[in-house]
Design a protein around this ligand. Structure first.
Ligand code: FAD
Length: 418
């Protein structure tokens, strides 16, 4: 054994950090306050695609921005006070929506995304969940063929980075997805894509494999994690009980909650929360689509799951602690019914989660500057389900003092030192 690591956060990112460190011979304890994989890593669309290398804050944002300002958009809503409090984040987010930075971010994300599927497949094989994976692409669909032109920038980025896709017309869309109503006239089939039928179950299977191989999971809320003498003391609350774990290395992978754990170190990462919601429904005709699709003009994604279809919403920028009506989801439901008639009642309760988003659209991976032994793995915004394992594999290499397969500098926490 090399020493002991405590990983905080049992989402896709934390579970994979724990598992890769265990594989490298560390003694690993993973701490999660709830069940494994029930937060953001549960409720996502389960898409693993190189198509996601294009950050949301790309030059196209300037065209869409006027449509967001009224705060009625199904794609993006915001709490004005929250954004005012995070004006630095917003200014940086917008400033990055230009060609040069988009290419830089896409290049960095491409390093993660090109490795995402092979790394997932190896883990799925080991965790015995490979049957949950579908390797049949995903569709970005347009109801009006003329609106398809708005995807030109995206396709340019795909061409630049060699992302495979096909342009599909109405008949091809019907042939690919006979369950859908014939309302889509044009689209993109991104073929460099896979998806899963239950993202939370995949995270839980990875955690079970971690435990089967000798890892330890402690359930409880980390209330404090700080350096005392030559070690880290992690204070954990479980109901009325409290206890401590001691470690040589600490990995903070608490997704949207990571900043709370950084307070003892005097750090606050520039992360904003993009709330997303989902419901599950059963199609009236009982037939599911074969693959996820994005109804671009309506701003929802539909994913076939092992429990009907999952309809996920756009982004709502607001404080993580704030309760909010799922307005965007309610807004898109009539549009969803036009694409695939569904039973009127959902088969699952409303789920909401928060994408932890950085102003440059890149995750935060690496050593916390000035505090040897503390490692960050957070800020995975819209792509953490797919890139969590690659991020974790690379971080484990860094912790062992090795150079990962790709340049980690774009993800370094020190880029936010100001
Ligand atoms: C609607 C929606 C759709 C999405 N679709 C996709 C998609 O198709 N593909 C994709 O790749 N990504 C997608 N994402 C993004 C993806 O879900 C996230 O990037 C990813 O799940 C983040 O994983 P994580 O492990 O960092 O965070 P989480 O899954 O949130 O895990 C963090 C964990 O830390 C725990 N924790 C927090 N504080 C403490 C504490 N003090 N003590 C102990 N434990 C603590 C939490 O309980 C939680 O389990 C989507 C997100 C949303 C919201």
């Amino acid at each position: 054994m090399k020493g002991k690591v405590v990983v905080i956060g049992g989402g896709m990112v934390g579970v994979c950090c724990a598992w890769f460190l265990l594989k490298r011979g560390w003694q690993v304890t993973l701490v999660e306050r709830r069940e494994i994989g029930v937060e953001t890593s549960y409720g996502n669309a389960g898409v693993i695609t190189r198509g996601s290398i294009l950050p949301l804050n790309n030059p196209r944002l300037w065209k869409s921005l006027p449509g967001y300002l009224g705060n009625h958009s199904a794609a993006v809503r915001y709490d004005p006070l929250y954004l005012a409090r995070h004006s630095w984040w917003l200014a940086r987010f917008l400033a990055n929506a230009r060609d040069e930075q988009t290419l830089r971010a896409a290049a960095a994300l491409n390093e993660l995304m090109t490795r995402a599927l092979p790394v997932h497949k190896a883990l799925m094989q080991e965790a015995d969940v490979l049957p949950r994976l579908r390797e049949n692409g995903w569709l970005k669909l347009y109801r009006h063929a003329e609106r398809f032109d708005s995807s030109a920038y995206e396709r340019r980025i795909y061409d630049h980075f060699g992302v495979s896709y096909q342009i599909v017309e109405r008949e091809q869309i019907q042939a690919l997805e006979p369950a859908l109503q014939p309302i889509f006239n044009k689209g993109i089939l991104v073929t460099d894509t896979a998806s899963v039928d239950n993202p939370g179950a995949v995270v839980q299977a990875y955690a079970a494999a971690f435990v089967a191989q000798g890892g330890v999971i402690r359930q409880g809320t980390v209330t404090d994690a700080r350096q005392v003498g030559g070690e880290f003391v992690v204070s954990i609350q479980q109901g009325v009980n409290s206890f401590a774990e001691h470690a040589d290395q600490l990995v903070l992978a608490a997704g949207p909650w990571s900043n709370q754990l950084l307070k003892p170190y005097g750090w606050q990462l520039p992360i904003c929360y993009e709330r997303g919601s989902h419901y599950h429904y059963l199609p009236q005709a009982g037939v599911l689509p074969h693959r996820p699709f994005y109804d671009v003009e309506s701003a929802y994604v539909m994913t076939p799951t092992d429990n009907g279809v999952r309809v996920t919403s756009g982004s709502h920028l607001l404080d993580i602690a704030r309760q909010a009506e799922p307005l965007q989801l309610q807004q898109v439901l009539p549009r969803v019914q036009e694409a695939l008639p569904l039973a009127s009642q959902p088969v699952s309760p409303l789920w909401q989660g928060n994408r932890p988003s950085t102003p440059d659209a890149l995750p935060i991976l690496g050593a916390l500057p000035g505090v040897p032994g503390v490692w960050l793995a957070t800020g995975h915004q819209h792509v953490g389900f797919s890139t969590g394992p690659v991020s974790a594999k690379a971080l484990a290499a860094l912790i062992d003092g090795e150079q990962p397969e790709f340049d980690m500098r774009p993800f370094s926490p020190s880029r936010f030192r100001f």
